[in-house]
Design a protein around this ligand. Structure first.
Ligand code: HSE
Length: 431
């Protein structure tokens, strides 16, 4: 008779219902790998009378409860899986579960990005496992890859398309000329978006994921206030089209880059050259591109959201814990790498930049722009002027590689000394 490992599920929504489904569908394989049967015993839901939840409970032989204590106080439940999302009450429930010696699996990126340090310390204190593979890029096993497979490597750059909603929207806007709102409505209907899609379109969801990725890649803990975040809200179809004409795709990129002993983390729309592997990542798919001294360049690609991919990652964490229990090695950190946090100064953040300007269609305007660029020691890589409407012309500039400090000088002077209207500024990734 195999040993039974009993699980308490907090939340029986889209991802939650995928967990018992996978455990049952792959029971034999999981039994061989862990030597145990993993069983969802109870599920905590707000209302036990909801018909859809009752049907799921009956299908998977799960006891529904609206009392969290029925799970937390059940000595037979050794793992709690939190799939409720948001900070509270998830944080309280996870803390209580750890304090009672239960191992925890969660997909909650908001919580891990903002309170991960505290929860990891609590798990350590109570010799419990805390795993959260599904919190970043849904079905892509990226955290385990960085923590284990790349443990011997020195990572220098992590670039990620880590928000499926915005990537879906950008793809639909470019390839099917859909409006911003149409594309967002579709992403919501397809179930990729957060309950409040503000977190998707304003880059917040991606920033949470980049904070977690930075902890794994560089061992550094940073807060949201240390991440520069810009979403896709202000993006115009003109910029997207112009970028395409110049040989680039605009993508919402999360970037965490190491310079010397410090890192810079940002989320913003960036121009990705068509030749870059990230340019071909479309719709709701996610990808994380890593530069490291040993492996060189590697990219990890797959679905970043959705019930089955996310639940598969959750179950992989459950399997890890089951193996740890069997081998009596629980209580070790998912990511043990720690490094003092240093942030890179603006003078050391280098990139090419895209500037989109509305310029009066008058003599001498270009000269003014060239002088400002020259004074700041920034040079042109590409310049395009679209046909003027008689009053203003749109001018697109791509600079050669320069520091953020110098770019800021250019932008300040454009604002102070010219009547140009600066429509957009974006980083341009290297080939
Ligand atoms: N809203 C998220 C996304 C879901 O669009 O990627 C997965 O975290």
């Amino acid at each position: 008779m195999e040993e039974k490992l009993k699980i308490g599920l907090l939340g029986l929504g889209v991802v939650g219902s995928g967990v018992p489904e996978i455990l049952i569908a792959h029971q034999e394989k999981i039994r061989q790998v862990t030597g145990m049967d993993l069983v969802v015993e109870k599920a905590f839901v707000r209302d036990v009378e909801v018909e859809s939840k009752k049907a799921l409970a009956a299908e998977f032989d799960i006891q529904l409860t609206a009392s969290i204590d029925e799970i937390l106080d059940d000595p037979e439940i050794s793992i709690v899986v939190e799939l409720m999302g948001k900070i509270e009450p998830a944080k309280t429930y996870i803390s209580q579960a750890l304090a009672k010696g239960k191992h925890v699996v969660t997909a909650n990126k908001d919580l891990l990005a903002q309170h991960g340090g505290e929860l990891v310390a609590l798990a350590q204190k109570h010799h419990c496992d805390l795993y959260y593979e599904a919190s970043v890029a849904g079905g892509i096993p990226i955290l385990r890859t960085i923590a284990n497979s790349l443990a011997a490597d020195d990572i220098t750059n992590v670039l990620g398309i880590v928000n499926g909603t915005t990537n879906y929207m950008l793809t639909q806007m470019v390839t099917h000329a859909k409006s911003y709102q149409e594309a967002l409505d579709e992403a919501q209907a397809l179930g990729f978006a957060e309950s409040d899609p503000t977190n998707d379109v304003d880059g917040i969801d991606a920033a949470y994921k980049m904070i977690i990725l930075s902890q794994f890649a560089f061992g550094m803990n940073i807060g949201m206030e240390q991440v520069s975040v810009k979403g896709i809200r202000g993006l115009s179809l003109e910029d997207v089209t112009m970028a395409k004409q110049l040989g680039y795709e605009i993508k919402l990129i999360g970037a965490s880059q190491k310079t010397g002993d410090s890192i810079h983390v940002e989320v913003s729309p960036m121009l990705v050259p068509n030749s870059h592997p990230l340019a071909s990542v479309s719709n709701e798919f996610n990808a994380v591109f890593i530069e490291s001294s040993g492996v060189g360049e590697s990219m990890y690609y797959g679905p970043g959201a959705g019930a089955k991919p996310t639940a598969t990652s959750v179950v992989s964490d459950l399997i890890t814990i089951a193996k740890n229990i069997r081998l009596k090695t629980t209580g070790h950190m998912f990511n043990a790498y720690r490094h003092e946090t240093h942030l890179t100064g603006d003078e050391e953040i280098f990139s090419k930049y895209y500037l989109s300007l509305e310029v009066p269609d008058e003599r001498g305007q270009f000269l003014q722009l060239a002088e400002i660029m020259n004074q700041a020691d920034v040079s042109f890589d590409q310049v395009v002027q679209q046909k003027s409407d008689g009053k203003t012309a749109r001018v697109i500039v791509i600079t050669h590689t320069t520091s953020k400090k110098k770019l800021d000088e250019v932008l300040t002077k454009i604002n102070e000394k010219t009547s140009f209207s600066l429509e957009n500024t974006m980083k341009v990734l290297g080939e």
